[in-house]
Design a protein around this ligand. Structure first.
Ligand SMILES: C[S@@+](CC[C@H](N)C(=O)[O-])C[C@H]1O[C@@H](n2cnc3c(N)ncnc32)[C@H](O)[C@@H]1O
Length: 489
């Protein structure tokens, strides 16, 4: 799709020396060559042939709406709900999830304890206590110890699992269905758009909750595409609610044609053919799935060990794409990066072919994420229509990772990812990019220096898209001339 044979037609632009954001390197400036051919089977492209600057790196950014069928099911379920505090509780749950962090590791906790002990000792140096009895000395030590414990617990994040019972599941539905459906829809749209041959027939969803992944996947690949859908969620109430939504708002144990869930077995298969709900991960990885999803569930797990175990099981289960998505907070981004680096290290250092794969999105590289060296997370944004009518369009920030099994195809030119909003000015466009080399770079496309088509292509590109350019380092003579030119920018 991103055909290298058109590279010879690319034209050149230079990177501005203006430092718009310190994260984005401008010290040694790369040259950006636009792939104006855009993978089309013609010798060259002009703005006349492509008057809107369309290109293959642009993905859908329209406001995402819930499918009518899902909206009706939600309305039906909520209309019979008697909880008058639902909206208020939904707001509280939403904030809890947005600010959620992973549990602290034992090592981190010890580090914090040592830090506070040192701080307290420095603030209160021990007086001469040789006159104290051993017993009194012990009492003082115990008081100091409990003081340290109190300060540590006041200053450390206390992770608590959310217990998804029926009331919390309903609250979750109100708080999260619209943004979670929208986020997955936007991610799946990119897969659809870049890999048009991919027609998933099987889906595995870990921490499936209310089933947003299935709804989004069906909207992207069609209602009839999936022959098997396997949902794992430890909460029976979440599984019940997900099934109620699929059944048009009819709770499973109330439907006359449904066999009640066998609570003794703590798992059930639905009457809908090929759709399974389980409370636990299947022990074997023998059955593989085209699309495997883990959405907003990594931070629900009580330890880093379990996160990595689950990530590895999911990677083994995948025979196509594996998608992780979390809220766009710094903590969630770091958890996604932890999984990325772990799975990539297995892919690199392992002969087992089932572990081989590469990052499909968002990173155009496999190097350590440049954002890890700073405080800003790598996140993206989706616009969505909220569940409540008459409310303004809302935006959700998310961090994500899409891995694909196998080797990166030669046609994938690893165009840079636009990692911040594109700044469109009257005479120029500024794009902040993450590159194939794993660097943050900023480029400026100007009316004076770039063709009309390149300007159109840059203007059309949005935060989260790929920019069809190849970046390379200029030789010194080119750099001198560029710097001279830039004064006129
Ligand atoms: C925040 S919800 C995400 C729901 C869903 N993925 C979505 O995007 O709508 C997290 C889900 O993970 C489930 N969960 C937590 N720990 C789990 C575990 N160890 N195994 C399976 N599911 C788990 C919870 O019950 C909850 O439904």
């Amino acid at each position: 799709m991103f055909s290298p044979r058109y590279l010879h037609m690319q034209s050149r632009i230079y990177v501005s020396s203006k430092n718009f954001n310190s994260s984005f390197s401008t010290s040694s400036r790369p040259i950006a060559k636009f792939d104006v051919s855009n993978g089309k089977d013609s010798d060259s492209q002009t703005s006349e042939l492509n008057p809107k600057g369309k290109h293959l790196g642009v993905f859908s950014h329209s406001t995402v709406k819930l499918p009518e069928q899902l909206k009706k099911a939600v309305d039906k379920i909520l209309s019979s709900c008697t909880d008058t505090n639902l909206s208020q509780n939904a707001e509280i749950l939403k904030n809890h999830l947005i600010f959620k962090k992973p549990p602290l590791t034992e090592t981190k906790l010890q580090e914090i304890k040592v830090r506070f002990t040192e701080k307290l000792s420095a603030a209160h140096p021990s007086p001469d206590n040789s006159f104290l009895s051993a017993e009194d000395e012990k009492k003082i030590q115990n008081t100091l110890k409990s003081k340290i414990q109190k300060v540590v617990s006041q200053n450390t994040y206390r992770w608590k699992p959310v217990i998804y019972n029926e009331a919390v599941a309903l609250t979750y539905l109100v708080a999260r269905i619209a943004p979670e459906y929208a986020t997955l829809y936007q991610i799946f749209q990119e897969i659809c758009s870049r890999d048009q041959n991919f027609q998933p027939q099987t889906l595995f969803d870990f921490g499936s909750g209310i089933g947003s992944a299935l709804w989004s996947a069906k909207s992207c690949w069609g209602d009839k595409t999936f022959k098997e859908v396997f949902c794992v969620d430890s909460s029976v109430d979440m599984n019940n609610l997900a099934l109620a939504l699929i059944q048009g708002g009819v709770w499973p144990n109330k439907a006359s044609d449904f066999n009640p869930i066998d609570l003794d077995e703590k798992e059930f298969s639905s009457t809908i053919k090929g759709l399974y709900f389980r409370q636990f991960m299947p022990a074997s990885s023998a059955v593989k799935y085209d699309l495997v999803v883990c959405a907003h569930s990594l931070l629900e797990l009580p330890s880093a060990e379990l996160r990595l175990q689950i990530a590895l099981s999911l990677w083994r289960k995948s025979q196509g794409y594996l998608v992780f998505v979390e809220h766009g907070s710094r903590a969630a981004f770091e958890v996604i990066m932890e999984v990325r680096d772990f799975l990539l290290s297995l892919s690199e250092g392992n002969k087992e072919s089932n572990l081989q794969g590469y990052v499909f999105a968002p990173c155009p590289n496999k190097t350590r994420c440049p954002r890890l060296a700073e405080t800003t997370p790598c996140n993206f944004e989706v616009k969505y229509e909220p569940l409540q009518i008459n409310q303004r369009i809302q935006k959700e920030r998310y961090s994500y990772l899409v891995l694909k099994k196998g080797q990166r195809p030669d046609e994938d030119l690893q165009w840079p990812r636009v990692v911040r909003p594109v700044l469109v000015r009257s005479g120029h466009v500024i794009c902040r990019l993450c590159t194939q080399e794993g660097k943050l770079e900023e480029i400026v496309i100007t009316r004076a220096k770039n063709s009309k088509l390149e300007n159109l292509m840059a203007r059309r590109t949005k935060w989260g898209d790929l920019l069809p350019v190849q970046l390379s380092r200029p030789d010194t003579t080119e750099l001198e001339c560029t710097l001279e030119d830039e004064k006129n920018l």
